[in-house]
Design a protein around this ligand. Sequence first.
Ligand code: C5P
Length: 257
Amino acid sequence: MTDVAPPPKRPQDRILVAIDTPDEARAADLSRRLAGAVGGIKLGLEFFNANGPEGVRRVARAAPEETPRGQAPAQQRLFLDLKFHDIPNTVAGAVRGAMQLGPWMLNVHASGGAAMMTAARQAAEFQADSLGVVRPMLIAVTVLTSLDEDDLAVVGQQGPAADQVARLARLAQECGLDGVVCSAREIAAIRAACGPDFRLIVPGIRPAGAETGDQKRTMTPAEALAAGADYLVIGRPITGAADPAEAARAVAAEMTP
Ligand code: C5P
C-alpha cells in the first residue's frame, strides 16, 4: 500500500508545469514567474542533460524577485522526470543520487521489472530517512504513449497495449510505487485496476480552445479531473503564454467545478 499524501484540494496545486527547454535562464524565469500559481515544475532529460544537477537545483530554487525580506525564497516542488530504467542496483543508486536535488516526485520505467521498482522504492525510503526529508513520490511510466500496437509487436510485445498498461500499473503498485504517468484515455482502466489511492499523473492536457500542437488525444483540465486524474502535466499552453502565471490561473479556474 502507498503511504503517499492524498492529492491536493486547491486546483492550482494539481498543475505540474513541464519546462521542456535546455535553456537554464528561460527555465529559471518560468519557475520564478509560476511560483505560487502551480503545484510544481517538471524538469526532464532535455533540461538535465544540458544543465546537470546544479542547473536543476538552481531552477527549483529560483525565487520570486519580490520574496519579502526575512522570508526564505520559495522553492518549487520538483518533478524530476528522468525515467530510470536499468538493473536494480544501478536504479537504486540513481534514486539516491537524484534525491540530493530534493525532488517531490521521481519516476522509473515499470518495464524495468519488479526487482528494479522495489529497489527504487527501498532506496527512496532509505535516503529519505538518512537525509531527514519526506520521501518523494515514486511514479512509474507504463507504456510510452508514443508507441502503438505495431511498435510494441516489433519489440516482441503481443496483445493490446491497454492490457500491458494495466498490468504494469498493478505491478508498480505491488512494488510500492505511488502511481503512474498515464494518458487521459488510460485513466479509467488504471483507476479500476489500482483503486483510489494510486496517483495518476496525466499529460496531454489542453485548456478549452487551446492549440493541441503535436498532442493527438487531449482532454481539457476539467475532463481529466472528472475522469480521475490527480495531477495534470501541462507544458506549452502555460510556458508558451505571454503571461504564464495568468495562463496557469486560467487553467486552475477551468478546473474548479
Ligand atoms: O507541452 P505539453 O503540454 O504537450 O507537454 C506535455 C509534457 O508531458 C511534456 O514534457 C511531455 O514530454 C510529457 N509527456 C507527454 N505524454 C506522455 C508522457 C509525457 O506529453 N505520454
